[in-house]
Design a protein around this ligand. Structure first.
Ligand SMILES: [Zn+2]
Length: 309
């Protein structure tokens, strides 16, 4: 499952945000929603892996790209076969879902009888469909594109106002695909050409937010303590001031947070300030040992924090 850069950003903010920040709850809710979304995609993945596609196909989860106007598309599930393409919009909504088609209004009534509007998933998926159809035309490939909104929460109830719309519980996906194969029994495109096009189109999107450095807690944070406590540098390792966990590599995760939240570049001075290392020579030695690439010389020198270790 491909987690987005936005996901890693929100996750890191939740570990680093000052506890008295005004947006603590906002960021917690964002992470909660992103995790629910991932769980939904995970369920779709299980249902589709269990089902034997009648032809070779490729499914992309959380497919991200940018269109010609510079706007972004994030598709929860994109099934590409030589017969047809299906866009899956996965929803983990609870309660009872209703639709007023003439108004394009999609809403749910929760178990406590609270009515709440949601972004219309049909309009979201339709926008993706138009985009993919446009691309196919430019690639001179002619296969049909469908979309389906799948509800990953088994307890959600779908009101009959949704009856004639492309929405179903996730368990219906194999039957739905079987019907599509019956409608389109002959392959009409070359799958590997299609895959190449989508591979070129794919682009990981940047996080949809930024955050000011002063709102974040500094230091190497202790994973054992759910990132609540700071670890201090002793000779060659970090030690948690509360649970006394010792760890040589704890700094790596904190450097990754730095890259995601602040910058992929770090100077010796910034490194000492952020990770509470008093000595410039110790800092240089640590940076070297961590294998960070050094650029520039003297005062202008900085290090690059890699994408992965
Ligand atoms: Zn600890």
């Amino acid at each position: 499952m491909q987690k987005s850069k936005h996901y890693f950003f929100i996750d890191a903010v939740n570990k680093r945000l000052n506890p008295d920040d005004l947006e603590v709850t906002t960021f917690q809710q964002k992470l909660y929603r992103l995790n629910a979304g991932l769980a939904g995609e995970e369920k779709l993945k299980r249902v589709i892996s269990d089902y034997n596609l009648r032809s070779k196909g490729r499914i992309y989860y959380n497919f991200e790209c940018v269109n010609a106007s510079g706007y972004t598309h994030q598709i929860d599930g994109l099934l590409v076969t030589a017969h047809f393409i299906v866009i899956f919009e996965v929803k983990q909504i609870s309660g009872t879902l209703f639709y007023k088609p003439a108004l394009h209004e999609f809403y749910r009534v929760s178990e406590s009888n609270l009515q709440e509007n949601f972004p219309n998933p049909f309009d979201q998926a339709y926008r993706h469909q138009l985009f993919i159809e446009y691309l196919l035309k430019t690639w001179q490939i002619s296969i049909p594109v469908y979309y389906m909104v799948v509800i990953a929460n088994i307890r959600a109830k779908l009101d009959s106002s949704l009856m004639d719309y492309p929405i179903m519980h996730i368990s219906g996906v194999p039957y739905y695909l079987e019907k599509l194969y019956e409608q389109h029994p002959k392959p009409q495109a070359n799958l590997s050409i299609l895959q190449n096009h989508f591979a070129l189109l794919y682009k990981q999107l940047p996080p949809r937010r930024t955050i000011e450095k002063h709102r974040l807690r500094k230091g190497v944070l202790c994973k054992q303590c759910q990132y609540l406590n700071v670890m201090y540098y002793k000779q060659g390792y970090f030690e948690c001031s509360i649970c006394q966990t010792k760890n040589k590599d704890a700094i790596i995760e904190s450097l990754v947070h730095y890259r995601i939240l602040i910058s992929p570049r770090i100077t010796n001075k910034e490194f000492r300030e952020f990770f509470n290392i008093p000595c410039i020579h110790t800092a240089s030695k640590m940076l070297r040992k961590l294998g960070l690439e050094k650029h520039g010389t003297n005062k202008g020198a900085f290090y690059i924090i890699p994408d992965s270790w």
